[in-house]
Design a binder for this molecule. Sequence first.
Ligand SMILES: Nc1ncnc2c1ncn2[C@@H]1O[C@H](COP(=O)(O)OP(=O)(O)OP(=O)(O)O)[C@@H](O)[C@H]1O
Ligand SMILES: [Mg+2]
Length: 402
Amino acid sequence: MQRRALIAGNSAGSPESVNGVLARFGFTRPEQVEDRDAAIEEMRDGHFDLVIVPVEGITPSQLIALEREIRRDANTSVIATAPSAESDLIVRSMRAGVHEFLVYPPKPEELAGSVERLMRRSRNDAERGELVAVYSGKGGLGSTSIAVNIAQAFGAMRSDARVSLVDLVVTGGDVRVFLNLKPAYDLSHLIAKGSQIDAELLNSLLTPCPGGVWALPTGDSPEDEELFDSAAVGAILDLLRTHFSVTVVDCEHHLSEATLTALDAADRIVLVTHLSVPALRSTQRSLAVCRRLGYDDSKLCVVVNRYQSGDVLPVKDAEDLLQTAVYWKLPNDYRLSAAALTKGVPVSLEEPGSKLARSYADLAKKLSGASTASGSFARVKDVQGGRLRKLFGTDKGVRNVS
Ligand SMILES: Nc1ncnc2c1ncn2[C@@H]1O[C@H](COP(=O)(O)OP(=O)(O)OP(=O)(O)O)[C@@H](O)[C@H]1O
Ligand SMILES: [Mg+2]
């Protein structure tokens, strides 16, 4: 499909040079409007992949109007131009959400550089895989079992799917145990690389498992915790979702920075619970935290694990208590779960036709249905650091809410 561009005034330089540059990126002939007011008006009425506007002398109300349009359509890239690179103007434009700034008239190669960066950004956005975070405020309810087995189920769903499984349990995470991995590398190796992380390095550190799953286990050293700040974890998750159709994250049971980053970035959060009073109370608290963080209810998927018909607490009571519908129920099968864990294989490999294996597969199918409008890492970057303060009025990285 051809891309649409909108140019206000002569903010982009001579039409011949602009058209030439844009044509190389698959744009139709750009639409031209007289000034930035007209451009903002046009943005309100239709979608443009790229907008180029002059910002010299922009008034606060024009800036607010421009910001509103940029926020409304996340797939529009905006380049601002002005006769000189005035820092105050650049900062104000960037704060309003403008993506690139160029001195007018931009040289064709500068314009081409900006457009290339922007189109790469939107191309990546378009290809972003789903991110599913598995979380419970309480330990022992089955988070790791669910993360490992739905990752396997996502991989089995399509022969061309690539699934990554990330262990965010900093010290002594169990993903390696559940899959019997002896990885040469783990997440701390990746985080230690800092800004040098790229797709190639990432791929070389992931441990391939059967069935289209690549695992990123954690290490065993407690000092890793310090390396797990939200910027590092966010960058890794962001990279993973541009290279894998689905990324599944096994989160810690407390709201560490890493956990919050994963929850923020996730399209879906699987909140693991049991039909027992302590588990449900913990889930109630987790839901309250998620709502305080502004997550849409459609992002929150309460999964009752180890469900059996004889449960004392009916599902209806759990739903009343949690004030949300139970998204899925996974049957209780301790024998099979333990056997799979002992062998270090997913349940579906141990007993493919079992009720539990089928239930994991159907849960994965349901989760991969309609995706929610949700946080990309761009959003995570906006809010990182402020999250814990907002929740607890503290700068401390870790609070237990179970
Ligand atoms: N559907 C199930 N039926 C029966 N037993 C299960 C089921 N799912 C998980 N289990 C068992 O529950 C125990 C805890 O599971 P798991 O380690 O996945 O939980 P967790 O929440 O990740 O715990 P941790 O606090 O160690 O992180 C394991 O022994 C596992 O075999
Ligand atoms: Mg676990």
